[in-house]
Design a protein around this ligand. Structure first.
Ligand code: ASP
Length: 462
């Protein structure tokens, strides 16, 4: 059994639905369980209509409430797809009526709860599953749409961040293996024991695929998207970036934290625990091999990627009060926590702490509190560069090479950090040096330039 998850870009138009159905058909022998997202952009529209329904009553010049226009758009997008596919509009209408009533209720009551938000958002996946199942039936496959909860996907009652209940995987396994049709199920959504529809959080359909894959002990979990896998760097920045054949779970997790937005680390956790490989594939180019993310037996050699995160704020704290003072760091972190500021990279010495933040919101207040016991310097316009690869822990001297490359390029490193996993080397430079630094590192480590002189990048072998 395999899990094939298709995201919004693979389900954006009638043509994409047809392609996606053809991709599934190729894999019939491997018994696919198909997991879908909503039609591209649909979840945003569904949530937007809810917010709009909350807005004030009609102005005298206005003919209809704003939310009805968004609802019309939701109608039109699905209508076009169904018309182009020559499928009956009823596939959508069965949901549309209910959806309109829910928005009308929000409009009249001027109340939009987290529960209602999840309910409205759920329609995207429920509709796209029906459309894809119809496309599959049309090409002779015995497929049927099945809502995730009917597959046993029962979650906690936490709207917007629901978790799969611990006894659900067993149920999923039992139900899915007993089905006598190819299931096309809904990602992103579930149902609680209380009977409410829930969502796992935005972008949650990858997580659904991973959870379902782990439950049915799939041979592989395929995440079909619009890129051909995970690359050595951002191709907009580094034209010579190339797709990686494989990487370890840990490398993938490090990469997703630092800029590569392909998979959220939370997504692959269930797969990691069950040791199920995850394959990232491109539905626009199904012939491309994609990137395989593996738990064990890492045979990849070399560094795998260099990433850049711009517009980072760097805070430097200096205090002699840190010397042999238990609790100093926790005091600092408490202050950031109190002001809702999340910290990315940390480096410390006996008298100094340097840390980076995603954004400066709330920083002024935190700064005032920190100033009570430390000298605080805030540097904006910084960039985090992160080199990732299992080889960082195996090969001596890489850090030295990195510093030489950046030194030769006249780039000053302001902060360095290496996590306990030892598979990332992270450093901070001025934002204006960020792109130059990434290109220089990529050239040296990932493009076969000065091959003999420095570091040998070996292609992943699988
Ligand atoms: N449709 C949902 C969203 O846009 C879930 C997903 O696409 O993964 O957030």
């Amino acid at each position: 059994m395999i899990v094939m998850k298709f995201g919004g870009t693979s389900l954006g138009t009638a043509e994409r639905f047809t392609h996606t159905a053809a991709i599934v058909k190729q894999e019939l022998e491997r018994k696919p369980v198909v997991v879908v997202s909503a039609v591209g952009g649909m979840t945003d529209l569904l949530l937007l209509a809810g917010e709009e329904a909350l807005q004030k009553d009609l102005a005298p010049t206005q003919e209809e409430p704003q939310y009805t226009r968004t609802l019309k758009k939701i109608y039109q997008v699905h209508e076009k797809i169904l018309t182009d596919l020559h499928l009956p509009i009823e596939l959508f209408l069965i949901f549309y009526e209910e959806l309109s009533e829910i928005y009308r209720g929000i409009y009249l009551l001027k109340e939009l709860t987290a529960r209602t938000k999840d309910l409205t958002a759920s329609f995207g996946e429920r509709i796209s599953a029906r459309i894809l199942a119809a496309c599959l039936c049309r090409i002779g496959i015995n497929a049927r749409a099945i809502d995730s909860w009917d597959c046993g996907f029962i979650t906690s009652n936490e709207f917007g961040a629901a978790r799969l209940l611990s006894d659900s995987p067993e149920k999923i396994k039992k139900i899915v293996s007993s089905l006598d049709f190819l299931p096309v199920t809904t990602g992103f959504i579930g149902k609680s024991r209380e009977g409410n529809i829930t969502t796992l959080g935005r972008g949650g359909s990858d997580l659904s695929a991973s959870l379902i894959g782990a439950a049915v002990q799939a041979e592989v979990i395929e995440i079909w998207t619009d890129v051909s896998g995970i690359m050595t760097s951002d191709p907009r920045l580094v034209p010579n970036a190339k797709t990686l054949a494989s990487m370890s779970f840990q490398e993938a997790a490090e990469l997703s934290f630092f800029g590569a937005k392909i998979l959220h680390p939370k997504t692959i956790e269930p797969a990691v625990k069950s040791k199920i490989p995850v394959l990232v594939k491109n539905s626009f180019k199904p012939e491309d091999p994609g990137t395989l993310i593996l738990s064990e037996n890492m045979k990849t050699q070399g560094l795998i990627a260099v990433t850049l995160k711009k517009e980072v704020v760097c805070v430097n704290l200096y205090s002699t009060g840190m010397l042999e003072a238990p609790g100093f760091l926790s005091r600092v972190f408490e202050i950031f926590k109190k002001h809702g500021i999340s910290i990315d990279v940390v480096a410390t010495s006996e008298v100094n702490i340097s840390l980076t933040l995603d954004h400066p919101d709330g920083l002024e207040k935190a700064e005032a509190e920190l100033s009570e016991f430390a000298e605080v310097h805030v540097e904006k316009d910084r960039a985090i560069i992160c080199l990732v690869g299992e080889d960082l822990k195996r090969t001596p001297g890489i850090a030295g090479k990195v510093f030489k490359i950046l030194g030769d390029a006249n780039i000053n490193i302001e902060m360095i950090s290496q996590g306990a996993s030892q598979i990332n080397l992270t450093f901070v430079v001025k934002s204006s040096d960020g792109e130059k630094a990434v290109r220089a590192l990529h050239r040296k480590f990932f493009e076969k330039v000065d091959f003999s002189e420095d570091y040998e990048f070996k292609e992943s072998v699988f």
